[in-house]
Each structure stands twice: as structure tokens, then as C-alpha cells.
Design a protein around this ligand. Structure first.
Ligand code: SF4
Length: 384
């Protein structure tokens, strides 16, 4: 694998876009967080809108200051692409950084769906692993466009309850309609996963078998599970609709910080049922993204995910040349299927960590004078 070529591609794309975009567009993209945000091990979140009208009781975005009304993200597709070419931690092109839409807003609200589609078109053309998570129901015209723009997209549709859903997700589409929609996505040849996140104690475990059966009937084969994360506010909102989490609290003092509840037993139980029924089960959304992209990954403790025979092949000399190309001084100490250890004497350790993790899909350990102060050790926010 030619690591240097990957960065040269990004530079060429940046130059091309600089010739096409207006000075105002360039300025807007430069100032945008997509131009500098550090990707998590599970990938880079792409924001398609600001705010969300669905008002789900368990949702964390309202605590983060996002409004209950949505508006499209201010960057055009090309501006977003340009912002990503400026981001020093991102690898563009097939097998590059995993992208995920839907973490701080529903991507397909009526106000934001055209923007989401525009982003799918530009990101789909790059070939990076691309994932979207949603609770919406789209018509066949949108489905056709999604398939056309990003044939290997991982589409996660959330269903966490069947009964009492109106209390929990008051303004999101009916879960039965979401399941029907999943069937249409499957028929269109899109990689669909059932997203059971967050697992709400007493609700999701009660309805899990029925949800899994319905998903299997429409042809879904992948399930992604995720634990509920709460703040004091979320705890209070859930309590007000009769969901008492007192015996699952991870700490006696809840505040503004999101913490996962203790629900390992529920997650294991649902995972067991899903496996019995023939589903592939992932504990992190990026596992489904890797699978849909036809890649393999062993970058964290949740792995291995996808097809391990597709783990990128590279030798230590290539990595050493890559470090030199970046202008850094360092060398590989150890390189195996699971892990790469690099001694870095000068340069940006966080950057090396992110780029190598995305290019090599292994755990990256940086030692030496330039090691990052805060290395990433896990994926995807589910630490239960
Ligand atoms: S090993 Fe799996 S869970 Fe971990 S970062 Fe890779 S795809 Fe995600």
C-alpha cells in the first residue's frame, strides 16, 4: 500500500477545489469544525444539520445545546469536501477514514434530507466507508439516489421499541413504518443494519425479540447494539415517562457529562438472541460500516470486524518513508496484524496515530518524545 499517494491525492483534490470554489466558500469551509475535528477510532462524524425535531426522550443533543428545530448544515457538499481536505487527521479515498452521519441530528428530516443526500453524493464518490444512522422513512426516489451515490453505504435504521414508542420517541416515524422502509432498502441492494441503540431497560429488552423477528422478515442480517448514555437531564426526562433507571446508574452523581448506564446483561441477552436468529452482531456502529465497505479492521478491542483478509498489507519501510514525507522523525518498532508501534521523536503524535489507524486499521501505539498526551484506547463510546 502506498501511504504517501493517499496524502498526495488529498492535496490534489484540495488544489482542484480551491480553483472551483469562491473565496467566500473557501473561507466558510476553513472555519468549519470539519476542517479540524479529530476523528474518533470509529470514524469522523459528518453533520448534515443543526438540531432535530424528533425530540426523543433519551437524546443527548438537546443537552449539548442543539435546538428542537432543524436546519440544514451551512456547508454545501463541495464546501464540506474542501473542509475535509484541510483536516490533517483525515484520509480520503477508498479504505480511508470512516465517515458517519446522524450522530447529532437526524439526517433525513424534511428540512435536512436534501443536504444529507448532497453529502452522500460527494462522500460516496470518494469511496471512504460511509455510514448513516436514521429514524426516518424515505420514499423510493431517495432510496434510488442513495444507492446510486454510495453503493456501499452502511444504512443503520434505529428501532428500540414497538410498544410505548410514542412516549419515548414522540415525533419520530412509527417503528413499524421504519421496518417496512428497511425492507425497501434491502430490496434496493443497500447494506442495512438494525440499530438497537440505545437499549432502554424494560423497553428494548421487552420488545427485542419482536423487533428482531420483524427485521429478519424484511431481510436485514446485521444488528448494531448500543448502551443508553445518560445525563441528569436525560435521567429526569425518562423518569417523567415512567422509566426508572435507579438500579442501573453507574454513579450516584449524575451531571452534564454523558455516562453509560449499567446494561451489559441486557446487551448480552439481546446479542445472544440476535445471534441465535442468524444475525451478525456488532457492538459498535463502525463494525457495520467496515463490513458494508468490504474491509477488515482490528483497531480496537471490539474487533476484529469485517473481513480480516482485507486488513491492509504494509511493511515497516513504507511507514518510515511516510513519517519522513510528513516531515517527522521516527520509525516503526513493531508491526503485526493487531498493532503497530511507532517511536516518534518529532512531529504531531496525534496526527500519526489517526492517519496510521485509518490507513492500516490496527491499534496504533506511539512512543517517544512526540507521543500524544491523551491516546485513544477504545472505540465508539460504549465502554460498558
Ligand atoms: S475493530 Fe471494529 S469496532 Fe474497532 S474501530 Fe475497527 S470497526 Fe470499529
Amino acid at each position: 500500500m502506498d501511504l504517501i499517494k493517499r496524502l498526495e491525492f488529498k492535496e490534489k483534490l484540495r488544489n482542484k477545489l480551491e480553483n472551483e470554489l469562491s473565496p467566500e466558500s473557501i473561507e466558510r469551509a476553513r472555519k468549519d469544525p470539519h476542517a479540524r475535528r479529530y476523528p474518533r477510532p470509529c470514524g469522523m462524524t459528518i453533520h448534515t444539520g443543526i438540531g432535530c425535531a424528533y425530540s426523543c426522550t433519551y437524546c443527548y443533543i438537546y443537552n449539548m445545546g442543539f435546538p428542537h428545530k432543524a436546519q440544514p448544515y451551512p456547508l454545501s457538499g463541495k464546501e464540506l469536501l474542501y473542509a475535509l481536505t484541510l483536516n490533517p487527521y483525515v484520509v480520503l479515498g477508498p479504505g480511508g477514514t470512516m465517515f458517519a452521519m446522524g450522530s447529532v441530528t437526524e439526517p433525513f428530516l424534511p428540512e435536512t434530507r436534501d443536504r444529507a443526500l448532497e453529502y452522500i453524493e460527494v462522500l460516496g464518490s470518494l469511496g471512504n466507508p460511509l455510514q448513516v444512522s436514521s429514524k426516518s422513512v424515505l420514499n423510493d426516489e431517495y432510496i434510488t439516489k442513495i444507492k446510486e451515490y454510495a453503493p456501499h453505504i452502511s444504512f443503520l435504521e434505529t428501532v428500540v421499541c414497538i410498544r410505548d414508542c410514542r412516549k419515548i420517541e414522540p415525533l419520530a416515524p412509527d417503528p413499524m413504518n421504519r421496518l417496512e422502509f428497511m425492507g425497501r432498502l434491502v430490496k434496493a441492494g443497500i447494506n442495512v443494519g438494525l440499530f438497537m441503540r440505545p437499549i432502554i431497560p424494560g423497553i428494548t429488552d421487552r420488545d427485542a425479540k419482536e423487533i428482531l423477528e420483524l427485521a429478519r422478515e424484511v431481510g436485514v442480517k446485521t444488528v448494531v447494539l448500543g448502551t443508553l448514555r445518560i445525563t441528569k437531564n436525560i435521567y429526569t426526562r425518562l423518569r417523567s415517562i415512567g422509566i426508572n433507571l435507579d438500579d442501573r446508574l453507574p454513579t450516584s452523581r449524575l451531571g452534564r457529562e454523558q455516562v453509560p448506564i449499567r446494561a451489559r446483561d441486557l446487551k448480552d441477552w439481546i446479542a445472544g438472541k440476535a445471534r441465535e436468529m442468524g444475525f451478525r452482531v456488532y457492538e459498535a456502529a463502525c463494525g457495520a460500516n467496515i463490513e458494508a465497505a468490504g474491509l477488515g479492521c482490528w483497531a480496537c478491542r471490539w474487533g476484529p470486524c469485517g473481513d480480516l483478509s482485507k486488513l491492509p498489507n504494509v511493511d515497516a519501510r513504507d511507514v518510515n518513508e511516510f513519517l519522513k514525507y510528513l516531515g517527522y522523525s521516527g520509525s516503526v518498532e513493531q508491526l503485526g496484524d493487531r498493532r503497530i508501534v511507532v517511536r516518534l521523536d518529532s512531529g504531531d503524535g496525534r496526527r500519526v496515530e489517526a492517519l496510521l489507524r485509518e490507513l492500516l486499521r490496527r491499534e496504533v501505539i506511539i512512543k517517544g518524545r512526540s507521543r500524544p498526551h491523551c491516546a485513544s484506547t477504545s472505540a465508539c463510546g460504549d465502554y460498558d
